[in-house]
Design a protein around this ligand. Structure first.
Ligand code: ADP
Ligand code: MG
Length: 297
């Protein structure tokens, strides 16, 4: 038989837009004091839009977008969807890509037109030792000044990586995020952002939401390190995320919460799912946790 407390909390959860996969997550969430939010797709809609394409000398925008969309056709990252949309809008049919591989938290790579094309963020460009032409340096400055996400489209040939162009993207903060953060802060919970995106973008979203502590440019495997550091300071941590890159950290935290529209692996790694993708489900879940489990003590 299902214990009464489980039956009641399950009904309440469904009414409030979340799903409890693991009853201990519900039991523990009100006792956690740090709430770590992923940015892209969690605090933001994750439906990014391409705002600029800035090419290096010798390359044109159509070519860069065609290569990028060919690679991104194989990716499930929100950036990939934005790049595919931009290509479609410009009537660019992505070239055929072979040997696709996703590089979690960094980007993706595939062979296109007999070339090896990498698409990814600053971490990937640094990892590949890509040279930075002057036009691309200017693009980086523009991205930082406008708090936009920058993606590099790179060609690797004979061990050397050349940047062919960059794509700048902007995202929208979920209208519900501010209230979610405020409610948690009113419950004396410490809210932080943990993101793989660049510092300027993460800072701008954090500032907008009244969050003073954020971690930027964190690679997926390092997200777990941040969790461990916090736990070493005797903090109990809840993490909210949506991506493949969040999965290891979601499994290592005290309570993992996934966005319903997130990737399957994030959902499988979390104890609680926000079925309407609404971050206000997080303070609601804390309330339900308190109400359900305080009575039992
Ligand atoms: P967040 O932690 O905010 O959800 P991610 O870890 O998903 O961000 O991504 C971090 C960064 O990795 C992105 O800002 C981007 O630079 C790069 N990235 C990851 N996947 C892709 C992809 N498919 N195409 C381009 N860039 C990507
Ligand atoms: Mg994310």
């Amino acid at each position: 038989a299902i214990p009464l407390v489980v039956a009641i909390s399950t009904t309440m959860a469904a009414k409030n837009g979340f799903l409890i996969r693991d009853q201990t997550a519900l039991e523990n969430v009100h006792k956690t004091n740090v709430f770590l939010f992923d940015k892209t797709g969690t605090l933001t809609i994750g439906k990014q839009g391409v705002s600029d394409i800035i090419t290096a000398d010798g390359f044109d925008k159509e070519q860069v977008l065609s290569w990028a969309s060919a690679v991104e056709a194989g990716s499930e990252h929100p950036i990939a969807a934005a790049i595919m949309d931009a290509a479609k809008e410009k009537n660019i049919t992505p070239a055929k890509a072979e040997n696709f591989s996703a590089l979690a938290g960094r980007g993706a790579v595939a062979d296109v037109d007999g070339k090896t094309i990498y698409v990814g963020g600053p971490a990937l460009a640094a990892e590949l030792n890509a040279e930075l032409p002057e036009s691309i340096r200017a693009a980086e400055e523009k991205a930082a000044a406008e708090s936009k996400t920058i993606v590099f489209v790179m060609e690797k040939e004979n061990g050397k990586t050349k940047i062919t162009g960059t794509i700048l993207l902007s995202d929208t903060v979920r209208p519900e995020s501010a209230e979610a953060v405020k409610k948690l802060q009113e419950m004396d919970k410490e809210v932080m952002v943990l993101s793989g995106d660049s510092k300027s973008v993460v800072k701008s979203v954090s500032d907008e939401l009244g969050i003073s502590k954020y971690y930027a440019e964190v690679l997926p495997e390092k997200k777990t390190d941040v969790v461990r550091e916090l736990q070493n300071e005797h903090k109990k941590v809840t993490m909210v995320g949506d991506g493949v890159n969040d999965a290891p950290a979601l499994m290592s935290v005290d309570v993992g919460i996934a966005i319903g529209a997130g990737t399957d692996i994030a959902i499988d790694s979390a104890g609680i799912i926000l079925i309407n993708n609404d971050p206000r489900g997080v303070p609601k879940v804390v309330k339900l946790s308190k109400a359900t489990y305080r009575k039992m003590l």
